[in-house]
Design a protein around this ligand. Structure first.
Ligand SMILES: [Zn+2]
Ligand SMILES: [Zn+2]
Length: 627
């Protein structure tokens, strides 16, 4: 087979796999979600996008040749075997039948829905606890997620893995080195050089990276870094086998940290893609995205862009054994929502927004019974007995036409609204419908000018709050770690690092607003400061280790510094009490201690700034001790 043909063949196979996954997990259960709609239609139907300016999240990764694309076929069989062998298996046919029977009797009435926005007033607590409010520097916020405890675990597993590979020469690594490694990874998201090794190049390289670690040591860490004990991994044919085993401790730790932050009132659920060209059976094909291959994540994010919960798609998560005893089985996509919302307090009127991939009537009813309210786009054919008009029926109506239907299931009132914009939009909610009507500005192509349209409240509500995950995705996309790796868990490690950095930044912003403090650094500077601190904290620079720099180097260094504006080290580096050696320079310069303006020859070798050290004035000590 030619390379081209092989590529197309693999692509077709993988499209099938996307469908198969949702089918094979609980074969017939998907009937509940899709009702009379065929699986193909479900995949092909593009979600109508409202004007939330949904940004497409782009990822770039290493170029791996075509021969390295995944062998999809075997894995599909694997998934099938797994779901049929899993224990205490509830027959999905009966569940689907019961649910379908119950919901097929739903009666819809065309009448006005009584808006419940005020009745279902939010009564949750969003105040940050003191532990979070007291965090100060970007580094502290980052360390809230990547604690010393986590670093210790990674060190332990890395040493273990290296000794499994070569028992005679176990690799040695300490906390400072693993921090530096992470620091360099973060730095690479801001200063992009296509080949990682080139960070050590004297021409296009980066000085901070070179001063932090030798290339040799960096490559070694990259080779050995590990998060779990391979010897404890269950074989693939075991029903308890975890596909994410190699990265599981990291996921568990970070999820606990994300969920320890109080939830926001309005949150959305959507997909996230961590693209890769590496080889892995976890990889998904997403035809709508610019980069089509990647690991798929389902994310719960607040309007701020903070991710409170996420799930990496493995096709294993819908196994009945993983469902809590009080959780009903509502079909694969609705079950994702149920799982992501496990930690959200009940009966406090939190509001969740999602698109028609997740929306089903049973899901809305189940959430509303638990005091969680929703707005979502919905497919007509997921609403049994639905009276909503079709696109054709509203063809002659003018733009801005609204049709509203109401029903009540188990005493939960539900409203569906069809609104004619450029296309027909169908929305469903348990708290708001058409009223109060709002207006919206739209561009009319025919008369070539802006027009004012009537717009139902439910549309405004959806537009305002649906963009949480999109915001997370665009924040990650702005600066992300682009280092190449063929190991799937390393790619996910980088992605989780990116997610944590965005979370730390959003949290830092939220804390400074609550404390009524000054503005937070822009995301770029935030990332840079975290990276620099990780590289330098508690360690000496490599130049110092090698001894005094030559006289020549010294003078050029001084000249270079003169041109650039003073770069102060982060507070965490300044106060770390480690290897701040004073060095005598050739030229006198202003002391950089804020309270002083005298001239001095003395420079701190780690902070790279001039500080005076005189008989009656010790700025050097003051600068390194005063908070
Ligand atoms: Zn210093
Ligand atoms: Zn001074």
């Amino acid at each position: 087979m030619s390379i081209n043909l092989k590529f197309i063949y693999i692509q077709i196979l993988s499209i099938f796999r996307v469908n198969m996954n949702s089918l094979t997990e609980k074969d017939i259960l998907s009937i509940v979600e899709t009702w009379n709609e065929s699986e193909d239609e479900r995949e092909l139907e593009s979600d109508y996008e409202l004007d939330v300016n949904r940004q497409i999240f782009e990822y770039d990764d290493s170029l791996v040749d075509i021969d390295n694309l995944p062998e999809v076929k075997d894995e599909t069989e694997n998934i099938r075997n797994m779901s049929s062998t899993s224990s205490n298996f509830i027959d999905p046919k009966t569940v689907a039948k019961d649910l379908k029977k119950k919901y097929s009797k739903v009666l819809w009435k065309q009448k006005e829905f009584l808006n419940k926005t005020y009745q279902l007033c939010f009564n949750g607590n969003t105040t940050l606890p003191n532990g979070l409010l007291n965090l100060e520097t970007p580094y502290h916020f980052f360390k809230y997620f990547w604690t010393d405890e986590l670093l210790e675990h990674i060190i332990q597993q890395t040493i273990l893995y290296s000794s499994q590979l070569d028992p005679a020469h176990p690799f040695k690594i300490n906390k400072a080195e693993i921090s530096q490694y992470i620091g360099i990874c973060i730095l690479s998201s801001v200063i992009h050089i296509c080949d990682t090794r080139k960070y050590w190049s004297p021409v296009i390289g980066n000085k901070l990276v070179q001063e932090t670690m030798t290339l040799n040591h960096f490559e070694k860490i990259r080779r050995f870094i590990h998060f779990n004990d391979n010897n404890k991994m269950l074989p693939k044919n075991n029903s308890q086998h975890d596909r994410l085993f190699k990265i599981r401790p990291l996921i568990t730790h970070l999820l606990a940290k994300c969920q320890s932050v109080p939830y926001e009132e309005c949150m959305s659920i959507d997909e996230q893609l961590c693209t890769t060209k590496g080889k892995s059976y976890l990889k998904q094909y997403l035809p709508d995205k610019p980069h089509k291959w990647g690991y798929k994540l389902f994310v719960l994010s607040g309007v701020s862009g903070f991710s409170y919960n996420f799930e990496i798609y493995t096709a294993q998560e819908n196994d009945p054994t993983k469902r809590l005893s009080n959780e009903p089985d509502l079909g694969c996509s609705a079950n994702i929502v149920i799982r992501l919302l496990r930690g959200v307090p009940k009966y406090e009127n939190y509001r969740i927004y999602f698109d028609n991939y997740y929306t089903t009537l049973p899901l809305l009813v189940e959430l509303a019974k638990n005091g969680i309210h929703t707005v979502g786009t919905v497919r007509r054919n997921r609403l049994p007995n639905c009276k909503l008009p079709t696109e054709m029926e509203l063809k002659k109506e003018k733009r801005g036409t609204v049709v509203e239907y109401v029903t009540s299931i188990d005493q939960i009132d539900i409203v569906t609204v069809s609104w004619k914009d450029n296309k027909l939009v169908n929305l469903i909610s348990t708290f708001t419908g058409k009223n109060p009507m709002k207006t919206i500005q739209r561009f009319d192509k025919q008369i070539n000018e802006m027009v004012t349209l009537d717009c139902p409240d439910i549309v405004k509500e959806y537009n305002r709050f649906m963009g949480g995950v999109d915001k997370t995705n665009s924040l990650i996309g702005r600066y992300k770690i682009k280092m190449k790796s063929r190991k799937w868990y390393i790619r996910i490690f980088y992605h989780l690092l990116d997610v944590s950095l965005v979370n730390a930044w959003v949290l830092c912003k939220r804390a400074s607003i609550e404390r009524e403090m000054e503005d937070t650094l822009p995301l770029l500077d935030f990332r840079l400061q975290v990276a620099e601190t990780l590289c330098k904290i508690g360690t000496a620079t490599i130049t110092t280790r090698k001894g005094r720099p030559s006289k020549m180097e010294n003078t050029t260094e001084v000249k270079r510094q003169r041109i650039s504006a003073t770069h102060y080290p982060s507070t965490d580096i300044r106060l770390d009490n480690y290897a701040h050696w004073p060095v005598w320079t050739a030229e006198r310069q202003r002391c950089k201690n804020p309270t002083c303006s005298s001239l001095t020859f003395v420079i701190c070798d780690k902070c790279k700034i001039n500080l005076c050290f005189q008989k009656n004035r010790n700025c050097y000590k003051e600068f390194h001790l005063n908070k």
